[in-house]
Unconditional design. Structure first.
Length: 368
């Protein structure tokens, strides 16, 4: 590892130590092996959430922001696969070639790549991934090849919320559990949430072994839709005089609220099993929102001519303006992280060294 990169590792590790109000490494050692719930939303715009004054009703996220550390300058890559590659490896995605720097169904990471999951597993963690993978759309390129004990969801980059299907072609059906194809009924966000809830509750009975659960929701990526109960939250609100645009924004708002409810369910499961003070919850989006888009996925969800808001940031997904790469993010850990607004620049690649560095793990020389 280069001296500069080593200093970056240690510097960002200090973020959690300082934020927790610790007085030296002796106290920091007591924080060394928390459970980690890492939640990634898909295409969530800066202005889609309540804590940013947006149109979405997000009481659970708003509370977690208020009671935790709001990461006001948290940066990601402008599209999905590169952000996920950076999160999983702690390295910039350009190091892995063209299949890691744009959305791809190909294997994004070379075989044997050290990942956040495999590093945590070597430290005694149970590891789980639910939702969207998007680092390789064949089972042999899936989460189990990169350090996850269990996985569930899709291998592809998106899925219709009702059919669970991708675009027509060789990767149309990748809904799976542990790499085995599944045919299930139900809304994708609800199914992913229920699976992660089950893992949380099962882990509570697992003799104190720490866990890392990575929940990568498809919400609010196109196809944009949610169950009727979430649309009813916006009764009486008119988003646009054009009925097609109004319906489009209503579906997005409902999907944002469903995402928020799912996050609330996961935190409630941690609370109810007595694991809250031992669990760090981190939330981010994979990139900024997209303002309008077509639906090319297998199902019956309409297009979205009026979608996310990134105001007051300029740009959107697929751009290098802040609206594409600066995203909603927070960390919440009761009793450990005091509420505050962190203005330090943080990148998605920083989480790998933050987590494992806090536990004393040192990367190998080829992980520079």
């Amino acid at each position: 590892m280069t001296r500069g990169r080593s200093m970056a590792y240690k510097g960002f590790v200090a973020f959690l130590v300082v934020a927790a109000g610790t007085a030296g490494m002796a106290r920091a050692a007591t924080l060394a092996r928390p459970n980690i719930l890492f939640i990634v939303a898909d295409d969530l715009g800066w202005g889609d959430v309540g804590s940013h004054g947006g149109f979405g009703k997000t009481p659970h996220m708003d509370r977690l922001v208020c009671e935790g550390v709001e990461l006001d300058r948290h940066y990601v890559q402008p599209v999905c696969t590169p952000t996920r590659a950076a999160l999983m490896t702690g390295r910039y995605p350009g190091r892995f070639g063209p299949q890691a720097i744009h959305p791809s169904n190909l294997r994004s990471l070379p075989p044997g790549t050290q990942t956040l999951a495999s590093a945590l597993k070597s430290l005694g963690y149970a590891t789980f991934q639910a939702g969207k993978w998007h680092l390789g759309s064949r089972p042999e390129w899936g989460p189990s090849a990169y350090g996850f004990d269990h996985s569930y969801g899709t291998l592809t980059g998106a899925a219709d919320p009702w059919t669970h299907k991708y675009r027509r072609g060789p990767y149309e059906d990748t809904w799976h559990r542990d790499g085995v194809r599944l045919d299930e009924e139900g809304n994708a966000t609800d199914l992913i949430t229920a699976e992660a809830e089950r893992w949380i509750r099962d882990a509570a009975a697992n003799d104190g072994k720490p866990w890392f659960i990575y929940v990568a929701f498809h919400a609010v990526h196109t196809p944009v839709d949610a169950p009727a109960e979430y649309k009813q939250l916006y009764d009486g609100i008119r988003f646009d005089d054009n009925p097609v645009k109004h319906d489009s924004r209503l579906r997005l708002a409902a999907m944002v609220s469903q995402l928020d409810t799912s996050i609330g369910r996961l935190v409630a499961a941690i609370d109810e099993t007595g694991q809250r003070r031992d669990t760090l919850v981190v939330f981010t989006s994979d990139n900024g929102g997209i303002e309008s888009l077509k639906n090319h996925y297998v199902g019956n969800v309409p297009d979205s001519p009026l979608n996310s808001e990134n105001d007051p940031l300029r740009g959107q997904k697929n751009t290098l303006w802040e609206g594409g790469v600066r995203v909603c993010a927070f960390a919440n850990w009761p009793g450990r992280l005091a509420p505050w607004k962190c203005g330090a620049v943080v990148h998605i690649a920083d989480w790998f060294p933050t987590f494992v560095g806090l536990m004393g793990w040192e990367p190998s020389e080829d992980h520079a």
